[in-house]
Structure formats: structure tokens, C-alpha cells
Design a protein around this ligand. Structure first.
Ligand SMILES: Cc1cc2nc3c(=O)[nH]c(=O)nc-3n(C[C@H](O)[C@H](O)[C@H](O)COP(=O)(O)OP(=O)(O)OC[C@H]3O[C@@H](n4cnc5c(N)ncnc54)[C@H](O)[C@@H]3O)c2cc1C
Length: 469
């Protein structure tokens, strides 16, 4: 019997695991989180049957159906963070640490399956601006996670800013958790939004679920009296110990702030999101080819360029939960050696169109660097400023990304360039022609303690205790 390991239990991974099991494979589903559902169905583990905030959860019955199917048919290992993939032998080996992320007793485990489906999703992207490193300025994803899983409001007067449809659920989450949301600020102007969404709008009919979801969010914004402004951005945050106010400015179509349009708004929490970036550590470790836009390249059946590896969900393109489910169903069936369900293929095509529109309407435009000052921190982990990066680039015009990292330490901190990597790459491009290096490769997909590496899988519990692992 084919053994399929699925990494990631978000919409894509759940659908892949269920489809692979349905096609007759033995399936192991791994996720580093302590609950199933990924980002879209984020919730506290105790709320698995009825979410704490039902208004914030969409398609919960689909979650429950997938959850029940994988619990019935698959081996599910939660708290299992895959930290490396070894493709040097005949069959790939997946290495994971199982246990609480910050716990001291993580158990090393490995799998050598016939087929692997990677469905590791995305994390949210935030562009830097002066003051974004103040306490109280958080990613919209973090704010939403607090609201969905803990019911915690991050502040009393909250500003939500950035670009993309994700600003809507982030604002509704904050309001539902009890914050007063003083405004949602989308950076792209109306003309850009319209030229992305409106042409041949009937072709979006297949993605009607997304339309209903968006309409629900807009109704919630109206109910909470939250203004939604387009062509505006938070260009600076101010405060001594934590954020106390932000400067909001109108932007032109390229995202350059319009002189004289600035105004200061009092706030005690700012949620920022400029879209999502795929979590590419494992596909890169496996050697999967990436597209020019830096997503995993897949064929009709969601096969990657590496034999034995399939990919689904946000790592193949940011397209939302419905597309992730469709891709997962195709990948799971194909990895199990079956022919994918034609309905899943049709659903994938419909949602692919939705994704193209979203990028055209809400994508990042290059003028944002105009709101940076020399003092703006770009790499938060290593506290590297924009001025330092630019000075180093001008001093060593031939330096590539790697040299720049070594000279300034940008991207070498604990987040391993997850937050600043793309920003540093884009700043290099803004200064001169692009190089070919990227910040995607990370030998370890998650932080691993030296003792965990040194002891390996054969260590006894007493050895682990002795080494405090
Ligand atoms: C912070 C955040 C919040 C979002 N909220 C919304 C929302 O409210 N509405 C909406 O429409 N879309 C939202 N999205 C977009 C959302 O990601 C997709 O719509 C959908 O969840 C994608 O499904 P997926 O299965 O591809 O990825 P995800 O749902 O992200 O699932 C990926 C899973 O892989 C696991 N994983 C990653 N790396 C490893 C590893 N090395 N080892 C083990 N497990 C691993 C993660 O723990 C996660 O559970 C959000 C995205 C982010 C980043």
C-alpha cells in the first residue's frame, strides 16, 4: 500500500490527506500546530467542535467534515514540526520534532514515505515604515490569531492597514474581540482596485463563496461603523514605550505618499498586512523548482519537479482557502496513484482566476520605499536600518545578497529572513539591477536545539533528561 505523508493540516493538507486516504493510501498527516485547520480555520484546540467566535469562522462545516475524515482514515501527528527533508537516498526522509514548540521534551521522529504532499501554507508579509518596531504594531495575522484562538483584543483603538482582502477579516476580528477599529486603510487606489476586480467580472462567478465572504465582512464593517479608505497607508507610527499614534497619508498609484496629505490618528494598536509569502523552506530543501514569482511549480496533478513530491495550497500561489482545498484534493489523489476528481480540477481552475484578480488589484507597488527614512529599521531581529543597508550597497556596488547579509547582518537573526528577506531583496533591486540570490533557502525549517540534533532519534528518555532536551 502506498504510504503518503502530508505536511501541513490547513485547508490544502486536510483535503490532500482525505483524498489520498479515499484513494486507498496509508496516510500520515503532520502539522507543527496543536490543532488542525491551518490559518483559515485557526481556533483554540478546545474549540474544535464549536469555535469560540463563530462569526469569525467560515465554512466551519467543511472543516468538520475534513477533520472527521482525516481522524477516521489517517494517522494524525500534531505538534510535529518538520525541520529537514533529506533527499540524498533512494527515498526521501522527513525529519520532525514532535512536542510543544518551545517545550523541552520534543521527540525526534522521521518518516520515509513513498510520496510526500507539501502543504505548508504562507505567512503574512509586512513592509517596514518608521516606528513599525514599536510594541503595539503587529501583523494582521497575529492580531487575528489572538482574536480567533484566544478572544483577546490587542488594543482599544485599533488601526488596520496594508493591502489585500485580508484586511477585512483582520478588522472584523479586532472589532469582534472588543476593539474600536478607527479605520481600515488599503494602499491601492480605487482605480487599481477596479482595474483588478471589474473587467469581465462574470468570470468570477465560480468563486461565489469568496464573494459571499467579502460581502459578510463589508456588512460587519458597516455594523461596527468602521471606515474603509483606499489609496491610503500608515507611513509612520509614533510613541515612546509603545505605539500612541500613526501618520496616515494618501498614496499615488505607485504607493508614493502624496505630499501634504498626512494626518495623525491616535491609536494604541496597529495591525499591518501587505499580503502573504509562501513557506518555502521544505520545498526548497527537497529541491522543488520555483517559478519567477517564487511559488512551487506544479503540473496538472500538482506534482512538483522532484519525483515523489506534490505541493498544494498557498505554496503554489496565494489564492485562498477554496483554491487550497481544490489543489489538496488533486494532489492527495495523485500522490496515492489515483486519477484526481474532475470536480476538484474545475474548482481549482475557477479559484485560480480569483487569485489573478486579487494580485492585480492588491499587489505591492514599488513607490513604498519613499516612506522610509535612514533610521527606519528593516531587519528587526538584527536591528539593521534602511540607511545602513543603502550605505553598504552604495559602498560595495557589486555586493550580492549574501555579502550584504554578512556585512550588515540583515536576515541573519532568529526569524532567518522570514520577515525582512523579500524587503531586503527589493531594496537591492530599487538601488540597482537584481542579483540571482534569494532569501528562501534555510537549512533548518524551524529553530532546533543543538542537543536535539546531537542526540538524534535513538536517545533514551534518561539521556534526554540528562541533556535537558
Ligand atoms: C496569518 C494568516 C491568517 C490568515 N487568515 C485568513 C482568513 O481569515 N481568511 C482567508 O480567507 N484567508 C486567510 N489566510 C490565507 C490562508 O492562508 C489561506 O486561505 C488558507 O489557509 C491556505 O491554506 P493552506 O493549507 O495552503 O495553508 P495554511 O492554512 O497556512 O496551512 C499550512 C499548515 O502547515 C503547517 N506547517 C508549515 N510548515 C510546517 C512544518 N515545517 N512542519 C509542520 N507543519 C508545518 C502550519 O502549521 C499550517 O497549519 C491567512 C493567512 C495567514 C498567513
Amino acid at each position: 500500500m502506498t504510504h503518503v505523508v502530508v505536511v501541513g493540516a490547513g485547508p490544502a493538507g486536510l483535503a490532500a490527506a482525505a483524498a489520498a486516504a479515499e484513494a486507498g493510501a496509508r496516510v500520515t498527516l503532520l502539522d507543527g500546530a496543536e490543532h488542525l485547520g491551518g490559518q483559515f480555520w485557526r481556533h483554540a484546540r478546545a474549540d474544535d467542535d464549536a469555535p469560540r467566535a463563530p462569526r469569525l469562522q467560515h465554512a466551519w462545516s467543511r472543516y468538520r467534515a475534513l477533520r472527521d475524515a482525516v481522524r477516521r482514515e489517517c494517522e494524525v501527528v500534531l505538534g510535529a514540526s518538520v525541520w529537514a527533508i533529506d533527499v540524498s537516498g533512494e527515498r526521501a526522509v522527513l525529519h520532525a520534532l514532535v512536542g510543544e514548540a518551545d517545550g523541552r521534551a520534543r521527540e525526534p521522529r522521521s518518516w520515509r514515505p513513498d510520496a510526500v504532499v507539501l502543504a505548508t501554507g504562507a505567512h503574512d508579509r509586512t513592509l517596514p515604515f518608521p516606528g513599525w518596531d514599536l510594541p503595539g504594531v503587529v501583523t494582521a495575522g497575529a492580531a487575528q490569531a489572538y482574536a480567533k484562538a484566544e478572544g483577546i483584543a490587542l488594543g482599544r483603538r485599533v488601526v488596520v492597514a496594508g493591502a489585500g482582502p485580508f484586511l477585512l477579516p483582520a478588522a472584523v476580528s479586532a472589532a469582534t474581540a472588543g476593539s474600536r477599529v478607527v479605520g481600515v486603510y488599503e494602499a491601492n487606489p480605487l482605480r487599481t482596485l477596479a482595474s483588478g476586480w471589474l473587467p469581465r467580472a462574470w468570470r468570477l462567478a465560480g468563486a461565489w463563496r469568496k464573494g459571499i465572504e467579502a460581502a459578510g465582512y463589508l456588512a460587519d464593517l458597516a455594523r461596527h461603523r468602521i471606515p474603509y479608505r483606499v489609496g491610503t497607508a500608515v507611513v509612520a507610527a509614533h510613541g515612546r514605550e509603545r505605539v500612541e499614534a500613526v501618520t496616515i497619508a494618501a498614496l499615488d498609484a505607485t504607493w508614493r505618499p502624496v505630499a501634504g496629505s498626512e494626518r495623525v490618528v491616535e491609536t494604541d494598536a496597529v495591525c499591518v498586512s501587505h499580503g502573504f509569502l509562501p513557506r518555502l523552506e521544505l520545498p526548497v530543501a527537497a529541491g522543488c523548482a520555483l517559478s519567477a514569482e517564487r511559488f512551487v511549480v506544479v503540473d496538472e496533478d500538482q506534482r512538483t519537479s522532484v519525483p515523489g513530491f506534490w505541493a498544494a495550497g498557498e505554496i503554489t500561489g496565494i489564492a485562498g482557502a477554496d483554491a487550497a482545498i481544490a489543489e489538496g484534493r488533486v494532489a492527495g489523489a495523485s500522490a496515492a496513484g489515483a486519477v484526481p476528481d474532475p470536480r476538484a480540477l474545475r474548482m481549482r481552475a475557477r479559484h485560480g482566476r480569483f487569485a489573478e484578480r486579487m494580485h492585480a488589484a492588491h499587489g505591492i507597488r514599488g513607490g513604498w520605499t519613499a516612506w522610509l527614512t535612514d533610521e527606519t529599521v528593516v531587519c528587526r531581529c538584527e536591528e539593521v536600518s534602511y540607511g545602513r543597508l543603502v550605505a553598504t550597497l552604495r559602498h560595495a556596488p557589486d555586493a550580492g545578497l549574501r555579502s550584504l547579509k554578512l556585512a550588515t547582518r540583515a536576515g541573519l537573526g532568529i526569524c532567518q529572513a522570514r520577515v525582512c528577506g523579500r524587503t531586503v531583496e527589493e531594496l537591492i533591486v530599487a538601488e540597482r539591477a537584481p542579483g540571482d540570490a534569494t532569501s528562501d533557502a534555510r537549512p533548518l525549517a524551524i529553530p532546533v536545539r543543538l542537543a536535539e540534533l546531537a542526540l538524534g532519534e535513538d536517545a533514551t528518555p534518561s539521556q534526554r533528561k540528562e541533556h535537558d532536551v
